[in-house]
Design a protein. Structure first.
Length: 407
């Protein structure tokens, strides 16, 4: 299948338009990066607290944000999972808002804000947010099933089994972290009427549950940041060596410059959009590096084939012909991938926004750079090299005089 047949677009003739467009994007991105003192880094690299919170109804995002501002956590980020009316959100609190000596303070601040927003019952423990160890200790102390007579170790084992049945099997697995009602616990193995009455006396069911939590310290964030930069640079170096070995070193340099162009411009657009750089975004950048490089190699491979067939043609004409011959393939592969990531960008929600934005914009700029950056750079260098190696008219006259004298 081909979208374009026998096209004859003069891509190299429009190289100055391409260069102007590239410089405009580059300047906009660099100005934004300078203005904001670099890209906005996510918690993966700066450190902080991330909580995945599920509610028993649509998440009251504005109320939660106001409560967090009251806790002096104004830099917190609330991302709904699955749309604006989602019942699940990710709450991120950067390290700058935490006490460096006590990273868990961020989690306590978030939980305090959530309980003030959603309500709590004084003197009782939230069963939707208690742990297996905590519930086991409570049951051992209360001994509602009269298992203490079997020995402390046996009672501990039995009550722990009941706690795991309530919290893991029934609450987390069967109901996604939120127990529907206290009465629904009567069907759980080991829960009798005495235990249920004791639970209703000392516990209540909160309107939310913390499904997962992660705390990243500043040292770990710094290590991840360094590893991300090294991974990107090693990938570029490896591709430079590969292309230089397969083609010629100028081909490799042109391809790597094009990839640097793609990464820097995409990074600049992240700064303009104020999107944070996370580990998933780094994965998108590495994917972009490979995708852009592959597209450039396809063009260069066709150039190498045509150089054998079109020996009398100028290099610029050969490259133009090669780009036109691969244009249909480029539109098919890039277009299909672009449509896929565009769906992620529009429908994937805030959690996938960084990854999908990097892939969507990166595919566009990566396809563009293969045609408008790598190919013109390679042609410009080879023409300059050929012109430099060609004898000048003055040098030719001197050589003729020397030959006549010697003759």
């Amino acid at each position: 299948m081909e979208f374009f047949k026998s096209t004859n677009i003069d891509f190299l003739g429009k190289k100055w338009y391409f260069l102007s467009f590239t410089m405009a994007l580059f300047v906009i991105g660099m100005v934004s990066l300078a203005r904001h003192h670099g890209p906005k880094m996510g918690i993966d690299f700066t450190g902080g607290t991330v909580l995945d919170v599920k509610f028993n109804g649509p998440a009251p995002i504005e109320k939660i944000r106001h409560a967090l501002e009251t806790e002096k956590a104004g830099e917190s980020v609330i991302q709904p999972v699955g749309g604006a009316q989602s019942d699940e959100v990710l709450i991120s609190l950067p390290l700058s808002q935490l006490n460096d000596a006590e990273l868990e303070k961020g989690e306590r601040d978030v939980l305090g804000a959530l309980y003030r927003t959603m309500g709590s019952e004084a003197g009782k423990t939230d069963l939707n947010n208690t742990s297996v160890d905590g519930l086991t200790s409570w049951m051992v102390q209360k001994d509602p099933n009269q298992w203490a007579g079997a020995g402390a170790a046996e009672a501990q084992r039995r009550y722990r089994g009941v706690a795991e049945a309530i919290l893991h099997d029934f609450r987390d697995v069967a109901h996604g972290g939120l127990i529907p009602s206290m009465g629904s616990l009567s069907g759980v193995a080991g829960v009798n009427q005495t235990l249920l009455a004791a639970l209703q006396q000392d516990y209540y069911l909160g309107a939310f549950t913390v499904r997962s939590r992660s705390i990243i310290g500043p040292q770990v964030g710094g290590q991840l940041r360094g590893q991300a930069w090294r991974a990107t640079l090693y990938a570029l170096l490896g591709m430079l060596v590969y292309i230089a070995f397969r083609f010629e070193w100028i081909y490799g340099v042109a391809a790597v410059v094009a990839v640097f162009h793609d990464v820097l411009i995409t990074l600049g657009m992240f700064s303009v959009a104020r999107l944070p750089i996370t580990l998933t975004v780094v994965a998108a950048f590495l994917t972009l590096v490979g995708y852009s490089m592959n597209d450039t190699i396809v063009v260069f491979d066709r150039v190498r084939e045509n150089l054998r067939l079109m020996r009398r043609e100028k290099l610029a004409e050969v490259v133009n012909r090669s780009i036109n011959q691969t244009l249909s393939r480029t539109i098919l592969t890039s277009g299909l991938t672009f449509l896929s990531v565009l769906c992620l960008l529009t429908l994937g929600g805030d959690v996938l926004r960084g990854f999908s934005f990097a892939m969507t914009f990166g595919i566009l700029v990566g396809t563009y750079s293969s045609i408008a950056v790598a190919a013109p750079m390679m042609v410009a260098y080879i023409e300059w090299r050929n012109q430099r190696s060609r004898p000048s008219p003055g040098r030719t006259e001197k050589l003729d005089k020397v030959v006549r004298i010697r003759g």
